[in-house]
Design a protein around this ligand. Structure first.
Ligand SMILES: Cc1ncc(COP(=O)(O)O)c(C=O)c1O
Length: 475
C-alpha cells in the first residue's frame, strides 16, 4: 500500500566496502546546516533568547540541534509546523507518546470536558479507576496498577518494590537499554557520569544485551539479584534488537531462580499491541513500567504487575505508620491525564491504529533500504512495529538489515555509531525536506501516518543522500 518507485540521484552512487576517504565538512561549514538556518529564521530568533536561559538552549537533550533547534508552533495528526510556517512530517511523536498523532479529536474532547470539571482534586476520582481498569484489561501482567507521572519514576518504583519484595539488593540491567534518568539507570559502564554516587555501581549489575549465556551465569552465581529489567523489543524500541528466543529464556531463568522480571514498556506499551510487547510475544513479566501512550500525550505513567508484589505499597494493618514501600507524588493519576489516557486506550483497543502504524513504519524501512541499495550506500534501515532506525555504519562494513534484526551487530555500533555531527546533518537535511526525525537517527510512527507521510519521507531521504555525499559523510 505504501510502496512506490524511486529515482536515485547519480551523485550518490557509492561503494559498500570502500572506506570513507573524503574529508568531512565540519558543522560550522556545512551547507546543509546553512540551508536549514536560512529556512528557519524564527527558530533562530527564539533560540537566541533560550540560549541564555537553558543549558545548550534546550529543555531536553534530544531536542538539541545545531545551529538551533526547531521551534514548533502547532501540530495536527502526523504533522507539525514551525514558527516560520514550515510544515513537517513528525517522527518525534511527543517522544513516542502520540500513538494517535497530534490532537486526536477523541483526546481533545475528553480533556476539554475534564478541564471544565477540574484539573487536580487532591482526592480519588472515577476516571483513575476507569484508566486502571483499561490497563488491567489490556496488559497481561497488570493485576494491580500504581500510577506515577513519568517513566523514570515508574522504573525507580519498580526497583524499590523488587528489592522490598525479594529481600535481595541487586538489579540487573542490559547495557544500552534506556530506563529514564534517575541515578540507578543513568550509566551503562563502569565509569559513572558526574553526579552519580559510586554506591550505585555496586547495586546495579550491567550485562551485555542479548547475551543469555552471560545472564544465566550471572544469575546462577549470585544469590542477591532482586530483578532484571529490560526493554522487551531491545534497547530504545528495537534500536538494538534482541536475538530470537531471548525473552523466553529470560523468563525461564528468572522464574527458576526467584528473580523478578521487569519489562520496561514505557515505549512498547499499547504500541506493539494493545497489550504491549508482553501481549505480542505472549511472555508475561512480573512487573511492567508504562508511560507515554498510556496518557495519550499528557504526563502519566504506571507500574503494573502481580498483586502480591505491588501489594508492598499497601498499609498492612491499622497500626502501621506507613506501607512497607513508601510512594507519593503530587500529580499521580491526574484527571486530565486520566481522561486523555482513557480516550487513547479505548481507541487502541477497538481500532486498527496499531496495525496502521506498523504498516507505515514497514513502508518507511523498506523504502529507505531500497533507496540505500540503489545508491550503493552501506547504511541500513531496520526496526520492528512502528519504529524505524538508520544504521549509519561507521566502519562501512557489509551489514544487512536482517543481520541487525537478528541481533548480530554490537550494541555500541548500533547505538553509539552515529557521531553528533552526522546526526545533525541527517536531522537538518530531513527538515529541509519537510521531515522531523529523531537524532539516533530514526523515528516513531503513529496510527495516523499514511501514504503521503511515507512518500514525503522517502523523497526527503533521496534528496539528503547526495547532500551528505558532497560533505564527505558517505562513501
Ligand atoms: C524505555 C523507556 N523507559 C523509561 C523512559 C523514561 O520515561 P520518562 O521520560 O517518562 O521519564 C523512557 C523515555 O523515553 C523510555 O523510552
Amino acid at each position: 500500500m505504501f510502496e512506490r518507485e524511486h529515482l536515485v540521484p547519480q551523485t550518490s552512487v557509492l561503494q559498500t566496502t570502500t572506506p570513507r576517504t573524503a574529508a568531512k565538512v565540519p558543522l560550522a561549514e556545512s551547507s546543509i546546516l546553512r540551508a536549514y538556518a536560512a529556512m528557519t529564521p524564527g527558530s533562530a530568533r527564539l533560540f537566541a533568547r533560550a540560549d541564555g536561559i537553558f543549558p545548550n538552549g534546550v529543555t531536553h537533550i534530544g531536542r538539541y540541534l545545531q545551529p538551533h533547534p526547531l521551534y514548533a508552533e502547532r501540530a495536527l495528526g502526523p504533522r507539525k509546523w514551525d514558527v516560520d510556517g514550515n510544515e513537517y512530517v513528525d517522527y518525534f511523536g511527543g517522544h513516542g507518546a502520540l500513538m494517535l498523532g497530534h490532537n486526536h479529536p477523541a483526546v481533545i474532547e475528553a480533556v476539554t470536558a475534564q478541564l471544565a470539571k477540574g484539573v487536580h482534586f487532591g482526592a480519588s476520582h472515577e476516571l483513575e479507576i476507569e484508566w486502571a481498569e483499561l490497563v488491567r484489561e489490556l496488559i497481561p501482567c497488570a493485576e494491580r496498577v500504581r500510577f506515577t507521572v513519568t517513566g523514570t519514576e515508574a522504573t525507580m518504583l519498580a526497583f524499590r518494590i523488587a528489592r522490598a519484595y525479594t529481600g535481595k539488593s541487586k538489579i540487573v540491567r542490559f547495557a544500552g537499554h534506556f530506563h529514564g534518568w534517575h541515578d540507578q539507570v543513568a550509566f551503562s559502564g563502569a565509569e559513572l557520569p558526574a553526579g552519580i554516587p559510586a554506591a550505585m555501581a555496586s547495586s546495579i549489575l550491567i550485562a551485555p544485551p542479548g547475551d543469555i549465556a552471560h545472564f544465566r551465569a550471572l544469575a546462577e552465581a549470585s544469590g542477591d539479584i532482586a530483578a532484571v529489567i529490560l526493554e522487551p523489543t531491545g534497547a530504545t524500541f528495537g534500536h538494538v534488537p534482541l536475538p530470537a528466543g531471548f525473552l523466553a529464556e529470560l523468563r525461564e531463568i528468572t522464574a527458576r531462580l526467584g528473580i523478578l522480571l521487569i519489562f520496561d514498556e514505557v515505549i512498547t506499551g499499547f504500541r506493539c499491541s494493545p497489550g504491549g510487547a508482553q501481549g505480542h510475544y505472549g511472555i508475561t513479566p512480573d512487573l511492567a513500567t508504562l508511560a507515554k501512550v498510556i496518557a495519550g500525550g499528557f504526563p502519566g505513567a504506571a507500574l503494573a504487575g502481580r498483586k502480591d508484589i505491588i501489594g508492598a505499597l499497601e498499609y498492612k494493618d491499622a497500626g502501621a505508620r506507613q506501607p512497607a514501600v513508601p510512594h507519593q507524588g503530587t500529580y499521580n493519576a491526574g484527571p486530565i491525564s486520566a481522561a486523555a489516557g482513557i480516550a487513547t486506550l479505548r481507541l487502541l483497543r477497538s481500532t486498527d491504529l496499531i496495525a496502521r502504524a506498523n504498516r507505515a513504519a514497514a513502508a518507511i524501512r523498506d523504502g529507505l533500504n531500497s533507496i540505500l541499495r540503489r545508491a550503493g550506500v552501506a547504511w541500513s534501515a531496520y526496526g520492528e512495529f512502528s519504529g524505524f532506525h538508520l544504521f549509519t555504519n561507521p566502519d562501512n562494513e557489509p551489514v544487512t538489515p536482517e543481520q541487525i534484526q537478528a541481533g548480530e551487530v554490537s550494541w555500541t555500533k548500533l547505538k553509539g555509531g552515529t557521531p553528533l555531527a552526522l546526526s545533525h546533518k541527517v536531522r537538518t537535511g530531513f527538515l529541509l525536506g519537510g521531515v522531523d526525525v529523531v537524532g539516533w537517527p530514526g523515528g516513531v510512527v503513529s496510527g495516523v501516518h499514511g501514504r503521503d507521510e511515507v512518500d514525503r519521507t522517502l523523497t526527503a531521504f533521496e534528496k539528503l543522500l547526495p547532500m551528505l555525499s558532497d560533505e564527505g559523510e558517505i562513501g
